[in-house]
Write a protein that binds this ligand. Sequence first.
Ligand code: NDP
Length: 489
Amino acid sequence: AQADIGVTGLAVMGANLARNFARNGYTVALHNRTAQKTHDLMSAHGDDGEFVATESLKELVDSLKAPRRVLIMVKAGAPVDAVIDQLVDLLDDGDIIIDAGNSHYEDTRRREAALAEKGLHFVGVGVSGGEEGALNGPAIMPGGSRESYVALGPLLESISADFEGEPCCAWIGPDGAGHYVKMVHNGIEYADMQVIGEAYDLLRQVGGLEPREQAGVFRAWNETELASYLIEITAEVLEQVDAATGQPLVDVIVDEAGQKGTGRWTAISGLDVGSPIGAIAESVFARSLSSQRAVRDAASSVLVSGTENVQIADVGAFVEDVRLALYASKLVSYAQGLDMLRAAASEYGWPLDIGTIASVWRDGCIIRADLLDDIMRAFGGRDTTRHPEPGTTSADQPANLLFAPFFAEAIGAAVPAWRRVVSVASAAGVPIPVFSSALSYYDGLRQERLPAALTQGLRDYFGAHTYRRVDREGTFHTLWSGDRTEVEA
Ligand code: NDP
């Protein structure tokens, strides 16, 4: 037995992770259900490093040093269970099964519990960065027991991206915490892309800027606090000209956005843990609306616009307003995603540290952005030994991202522009589900009194759900169908 780690599932992601391990000096045992993929990888990239090609899971397991580390990178869902079932009988106490695919965190929790009973470690690992990241350095979010991280962490940290010398990998928390944090990363990614889309739409429909001109705008924005991978590639996509028609590529792409499910999972979990993640949910809904082609076609001949003719006197000033609205909305979607992590930590008993999580997202993943370094700082920096009580933040961390002095000031400076943009978009009839819902979240947080008081009154009226009073302790009910006096419930 000489291999440091085994990888089973050698489609693009597994093959690239295996090569990444090998390039970092580890001996990697390879396996795929269909052996041809193993042979193809060996012949194309066998000289990337030390590989042991195997034809069966037994051979794979037999080739590994103890404690054995087997990384599964097969299609998420039933295939993961099928591979685990085969591995269980081949492994010994203390061995580690790693699932680095996009598994649902509830599946990971279930698998971890079942394997712990058999004396095996099960580590669900979130990996972000696509094919290219898997090969050259992804962001890595490992869950599972802290003990398993002792044996696994050094390998993962050596293949992850690094940000100024710090690995974009850290132990996240027990059982499904790693896959959960990856899921929320993807939810934030949906929101990031949606706010970019809203900015583009406003610059086009209201500002009159063609895609090519906008490429320059986004490139300039990439030199500001918006600097990020997604802003950078927005400029690339907007600049692209379609060879067949000579039009901007963006104009020949069908305007229906697909989704593979992690955004939906995030929205569902936000509802489950009671976290107000409107900006993220609206991003998922925006994709769903885009895909309702038949309804959209029908609507355009039925629904009137009621818009005003909006004239933009100073396009440069408008562009700057949109930039600030994008930044503010982006901050809200991060604030919501991080708040959701706190709520989930409480629900599932995970000692999540937001500063460390933000540090992992600084490079390698799709949402990598200069902003994440600021977020990390706002939450007390990267400290892999800091494990706050589940559902709390430690004393040096803000309760909400927007309360951190740096961000309170930043969003405060952006808010007048943000309000102007939401007004203009509304008058012009341009849909901005995230710009507007994020602003409502901001205003909702700020209000001293919310109309929730009336909601409670109504709930008490029709369902005797009771209410609390602002002026004294206790729970009360008004006898609505009687003499309308108040009684203590
Ligand atoms: P796929 O999701 O396309 O899965 C193909 C692999 O699964 C093949 O190796 C296939 O084996 C194997 N497989 C399927 N069913 C079984 C089974 N019942 N038993 C054993 N093996 C099986 O591969 P990808 O590389 O695209 O993705 C792998 C994982 O990574 C997925 O969870 C995916 O969601 C995630 N992913 C993550 C990305 C990221 O950026 N983090 C990007 C893309 C994917 P065979 O060759 O024999 O058919």
